[in-house]
Write a protein that binds this ligand. Structure first.
Ligand code: XMP
Length: 326
């Protein structure tokens, strides 16, 4: 039996003991719940000796990097560097359609960019001593999965993680969330005054919109999908449904459909919408929307986004579908 207040006190004490008076820690943040809570906890424990890095890989949601900057740096006071590496990621993704290839490119490029940034920090602030620790927002279920390696997701799709960073950089790992389940991380976030809108956030995959663009990834395709995703989530929130859904997102299909606009025939791309309810994402049910909401979302997407003339809704459960299309 323990309370979250006790946990915070003990964990902060443990981090301070590990890091001593001068130890420095870096960690990647994504805007997701786990990395944000872990970063805030580090900040509480060692202040500016913790440095967060966010890599903009060019396949984030619309305005995501700017929003993370406001929340983590301005509101929560965490030391943060945002690296815009979108040109590098998008050039390496050029012409790639295979989803596992996309994941690999994004995972490897991420490590590369993160290491370069960490090296810059090390040499820019030599007087403060070397960075010795890498923060990871690993949760208890990830610890279990990596021991038993039973999760189907681990074998069906390579889920991107930053394990490779440790060997290359000779950094020691610090994992303050390793004993917590997702619900507990959310409770911890609330206790650390992280805004409710963030604590309740749906998961977002590391390879981002690259695995939601079914054909080749280009800046133009990313922009189309960012707009569809933003309208979809805006309407879900406005309808008060965000918290009832476990994950919702739009997918850009690699086909064109015929449509009509005024007296003109159009031949444009198709967006698929997905929303699921799930306990642990090993299985999931598709979400039943009130028809009016779907009607509104569809009409906004086709009216507001140039290049989209058709919207479909995905009614596949997991299994046999996965949550993501790729
Ligand atoms: P699937 O598609 O395997 O998704 O049913 C289950 C959960 O995992 C997320 N997902 C990923 N997360 N890197 C990630 O960080 C990935 O490559 C990846 N692929 C799937 C997915 O969004 C869902 O929450």
């Amino acid at each position: 039996d323990w309370t979250m207040e006790e946990f915070v006190g003990k964990e902060i004490a443990r981090i301070r003991e590990i890091c001593g008076e001068t130890g420095r820690v870096i960690g990647a943040v994504s805007g997701g719940v786990d990395s944000t809570v872990a970063a805030k906890l580090m900040h509480e424990a060692i202040g500016d000796r913790f440095h967060a890095i966010m890599v903009d890989n060019g396949v984030l949601r619309r305005d995501e990097a700017a929003q993370v900057n406001v929340m983590l740096n301005k509101d929560l006071g965490v030391n943060l560097t945002i690296v815009d590496a979108s040109d590098l990621f998008l050039s390496r993704l050029e012409g790639v359609e295979d989803p596992e290839q996309k994941r690999k490119i994004i995972g490897n490029t991420f490590i590369h960019v993160f290491e370069a940034e960490a090296a810059k920090l090390d040499s820019a602030e030599v007087d403060k001593g070397k960075i010795e620790w890498l923060l990871q927002g690993t949760l208890y279920p990830d610890v279990i999965e990596s021991i038993s390696f039973k999760g189907p997701s681990a074998t069906i799709k390579t889920h991107h993680n930053v394990g490779g960073l440790l060997e290359d950089m000779r950094l020691k790992l610090i994992e303050p969330l390793r004993e917590l389940f997702k619900d507990e991380v959310r409770a911890l976030g609330r206790l650390l005054s992280i805004p409710a809108s963030l604590v309740q956030r749906h998961p977002f995959p590391g390879p981002g919109l690259a695995i939601r663009i079914l054909g080749p990834v280009t800046r133009a395709q990313v922009q189309i999908l960012q707009q569809a995703d933003a309208i979809y989530l805006e309407e879900i929130r406005a309808a008060g449904l965000y918290e009832r859904i476990s994950q919702a997102f739009a997918v850009l299909l690699p086909v064109r459909a015929v449509g009509v606009m005024g007296d003109r025939r159009t031949y444009e791309q198709v967006v698929a919408l997905r929303a699921v309810q799930s306990e642990d994402f090993m299985t999931a049910d598709w979400f039943v929307f009130p028809p009016d909401i779907l009607r509104r979302i569809s009409s906004r997407i086709t009216n507001e986004i140039a290049g989209i003339n058709r919207v479909t809704y995905d009614i596949t459960s997991k299994p046999p579908g996965t949550v993501e299309w790729l």
